[in-house]
Design a protein. Structure first.
Length: 248
């Protein structure tokens, strides 16, 4: 990688956006570029944590292996995010594995290099603390949703958030359904059953990875008015929900 490219990669990452030229000069001598093909692992659970990583492009999943074969995804890492740093501070091994869901480019920061930068730059230290705090808050909210929301509520919340982030009622699942199911702490079968149920009610239509939402308000309101697992099989109930969705 050329000097210019490495300078650009580092200075354009949120963590190092305000890094000084002097700090950048020292840092670029320590970092390593890693290119990872789809499906390959970056590290395994139990590996020694001797560095943290910043994702430049691609998509990485952090997951805990399961003897049942259905690994639990704890987080998806997107471009600009840093991960693995908590284990460096705690001097712990990685409690999860990291695998590329797409072709990825990452920057690896060795432990000693990271600590040196943090000692030199309070602003970078604060930025890293902010990132860790946001992730902790995200984990807490995820646990809260999974403990207080039933399966249908989790699916509806995910679809509503996706529609808002894509600013469209015609949304695209940018993840495989089994990955989404794991994020929602559901089995793939339960996730498919929830989608089918919403489709039967006329709230959505599903075509491969595309989902059309007829009314965001009707979809958002549905879980609060129905119990998880309720069949809603009567013609009257189905018609009422469908009428509300299509009239919005």
């Amino acid at each position: 990688m050329s000097k210019l490219n490495l300078d650009g990669l580092l200075s354009n990452q949120p963590l190092f956006r305000h890094i000084s030229p002097f700090e950048l000069e020292g840092l670029k001598k320590e970092v390593v570029k890693i290119e990872l093909d789809k499906g390959l692992s970056l590290f395994q659970k139990g590996d020694t944590a001797d560095g943290c990583f910043i994702l430049v492009y691609g998509l990485v999943k952090l997951a805990i292996p399961s003897s049942s074969g259905t690994d639990k995804i704890i987080e998806l890492i997107r471009p600009g995010q840093c991960f693995g740093e908590a284990m460096l501070f705690l001097d712990e091994t990685y409690p999860f594995y990291a695998q590329a869901l797409e072709a990825c480019l990452l920057i690896r920061l060795p432990k000693n290099a990271l600590f040196k930068v943090l000692d030199q730059s309070p602003s970078i230290a604060r930025q890293m603390m902010t990132g860790l705090s946001y992730r902790l808050l995200g984990f807490i909210r995820s646990v809260e949703r999974q403990s207080s929301h039933n399966a249908m509520q989790r699916v509806v919340d995910y679809l509503v958030q996706l529609a808002r982030s894509q600013d469209s009622s015609d949304i695209r699942l940018d993840l495989k359904k089994n990955v989404v199911a794991s994020l929602l702490n559901l089995t793939p079968e339960t996730f498919s059953r929830m989608l089918h149920h919403l489709s039967e009610l006329g709230l959505i239509t599903v075509s491969a990875s595309r989902i059309h939402i007829y009314s965001l308000d009707a979809l958002n309101d549905y879980p609060s008015n129905h119990h998880d697992g309720e069949s809603t099989s009567s013609t009257k109930s189905r018609s009422a929900v469908r009428s509300l969705a299509h009239s919005s």
